[in-house]
Write a protein that binds this ligand. Structure first.
Ligand SMILES: NC(=O)C1=CN([C@@H]2O[C@H](COP(=O)(O)OP(=O)(O)OC[C@H]3O[C@@H](n4cnc5c(N)ncnc54)[C@H](O)[C@@H]3O)[C@@H](O)[C@H]2O)C=CC1
Ligand SMILES: O=C([O-])CC(=O)C(=O)O
Length: 339
């Protein structure tokens, strides 16, 4: 019986194949779905053929967003959940994306968001640990360098932490790097991918331009400017929005892009590699146990953490500036849960 339906799947055209893959029940939840990122992210996930069911939660407005998005004529089912329905929203989910929390205003650092967002993320992580302990968790809420360790420590406390299933979403840095480099090199961003390592804030964002075909051609002042723009791209948007928040649309795009990459890996596709902030052995000997580098995604989440490869003297200097700040951010997150 199983074999016959599998054969039918292979024989059907691609639109049916997507439909048939609905049988896998890849249910994705967005926590913070009513917000500036959450709304366009929900729309983009509704359009992802690998998402078969979408569960939208927020303390405000998620049922309305769900009703709206549910009319889009793609195959997935959509449900919205109100403030007191977090547990229902998490039932049976395989992937949880978290853009819940406050964004920056001009003059603030991401770390200034810690006081508000740390407890939001901790409480959501505790609910995931209770209701959906085997879900893959994608953290967007800032400061990512601290919120990811907060989720890890919360799950650890509950006895359900699996480092293969926790990801800080640093994809926007990768998206910006490719876009900015493409502009300088007069090529399409698809031709100018850049690996970005470290964390997700200012000096902790380390683009490895020397490992990119077009990036290695950028030198001198142009190199300094490009690195600075990648590291402080978030500030560019915060300033332009002038008090109305930070990146939402490009972040929704980046969040949907990373979610799709993870779903491809979970579905067994080989060779899906992208930077993400995970529990990592790369600098653990220096007390830095979370780090973003290229990670291969597979059926269990993190399949393989890649080495960072050869660095130029300039990149080595960037990394030296990154590590102490990243360490402080990680320790702050851990201490919040421990105390
Ligand atoms: N990782 C990254 O690259 C990026 C991260 N961000 C971060 O994403 C977060 C969200 O940004 P925006 O969507 O612009 O903010 P927003 O204020 O527009 O939306 C946040 C949403 O979270 C909801 N929320 C608050 N507490 C909640 C809780 N306990 N449970 C569920 N939902 C809750 C709010 O009701 C709101 O709808 C911020 O922390 C921001 O700094 C933003 C851009 C890029
Ligand atoms: O800059 C911010 O606060 C939001 C963010 O993380 C980004 O755009 O990279």
């Amino acid at each position: 019986m199983l074999a016959r339906s599998a054969l039918r799947t292979i024989a059907t055209p691609s639109s049916r194949l997507f439909h048939q893959s609905a049988a896998r029940q890849t249910k994705v939840a967005v926590l913070g779905a009513g917000g500036g990122i959450g709304q366009p992210l929900s729309l983009l996930l509704k359009n992802d053929p690998l998402v078969t069911s979408l569960s939208l939660y927020d303390i405000r407005g998620a049922p309305g967003v769900a009703a709206d998005v549910s009319h889009v004529d793609t195959g997935s089912e959509v449900a919205g959940y109100a403030a007191d329905q977090l547990d229902q929203a998490l039932e049976g989910v395989k992937v949880v994306v978290i853009p819940a929390g406050v964004p920056r205003k001009p003059g603030m650092t991401r770390d200034d968001l810690f006081n508000t967002n740390a407890s939001i993320v901790r409480d959501l992580a505790a609910a995931i640990g209770r209701v959906a302990p085997t879900a893959h968790i994608l953290v967007i809420s800032n400061p990512v360098n601290s919120t990811v360790p907060i989720v890890a420590a919360t799950l650890e406390k509950a006895g359900v932490f699996d480092p293969k299933r926790l990801f800080g979403v640093t994809t926007l840095d990768v998206v910006r790097a490719a876009r900015f480099l493409a502009g300088l090199s007069s090529v399409s961003p698809a031709e100018s991918p850049v690996t970005v390592i470290g964390g997700h804030s200012g000096a902790t964002i380390v683009p490895l331009l020397s490992q990119s075909e077009y990036g290695k051609k950028i030198t001198g002042e142009a190199y300094e400017k490009l690195v600075n723009r990648i590291q402080f791209g978030g500030d560019e948007v915060v300033k332009a929005k002038d008090g109305a928040g930070s990146a939402t649309l490009s972040m929704a795009y980046a969040g949907a892009k990373f979610t799709h990459a993870l779903l491809r890996g979970l579905n067994g596709e080989k060779g899906v590699v992208t930077p993400t902030f995970v529990k990592s052995p790369l600098y653990a000997d220096q007390g830095i146990d979370f780090f973003s580098s290229n990670v291969e995604l597979g059926p269990n989440g993190v399949e393989k953490i890649h080495e960072i490869g050869p660095l130029t003297a300039e990149e080595q200097k960037l990394l030296e500036a990154c590590l102490p700040e990243l360490k402080k951010n990680i320790e702050k997150g851990k201490a919040f849960v421990a105390n």
